[in-house]
Design a protein around this ligand. Sequence first.
Ligand code: ARG
Length: 255
Amino acid sequence: MKKGLIKVSAICASALICAAALTGCGNDGGKLVMGTNAAFPPFEFTTSEGLVGEFDGIDVAIASEIASDMGKELEVADMDFDGLIAAVSTGKVDMVAAGMTATDGRRKNVDFSDTYFLASQVMVVAADNTDITKADDLKNDKKVGVVLGYTGDNIVTDDLQIPEDKITRANRGLDVVQEVKNGKLDAVVIDSATGKALAEKNGLKVVEDPDAFETEEYAIAVKKGNTELLDKINATLAELKASGKIDELAVKYNQ
Ligand code: ARG
């Protein structure tokens, strides 16, 4: 009799553990899973004491607000930038918050929230560089670095039509910025806030060319047709914009 009871309670205990594990793992349980590429300061980066584990930045702070408005816990899934669209389309993550520019090309595969930040591309060059003052100067035989799959990659490749043998593509902005630092590349084309952050840290400078580089709109991506989540994201974004919280975050993270 006693043995039987123990057995029953053991089954109950493991059933409870299973139930807890299921809610913990499922994307529509107690967690909101944000896909990102945490090599894009000030929007997402890793640090010893981040907002969510080691992850911190403007996007992590915004996503935390979205999760908390939904009564969920935020989980951050860090991956290569060019894997993010597939991750959200296949349901591996619930949304992508990655300083991602809402482009027409991407709109074919995902739905975007309202815009939460405006940016543009800049050129990161050596502090003493004088021959790159506008985007067209990159066409003069310059060696240009970009990050694989970023809008900067499209601009350098398709719009400026820099020859392939002059382009270096890396997985992280820092990797190409370091090549500018050691003189192997003339310039890196990357988003403004990240370019400024990386230039500052590495003793380089930023050159802007608003005529050549259009304004880009950062938005959060969800799986196509996931209007339920999109509406919640937009509601939180509207609240954060109205209260001035997004501007505060931009200042706090020093963009
Ligand atoms: N805004 C650029 C784009 O959408 C770069 C974004 C990079 N973001 C990141 N988390 N690494 O292509």
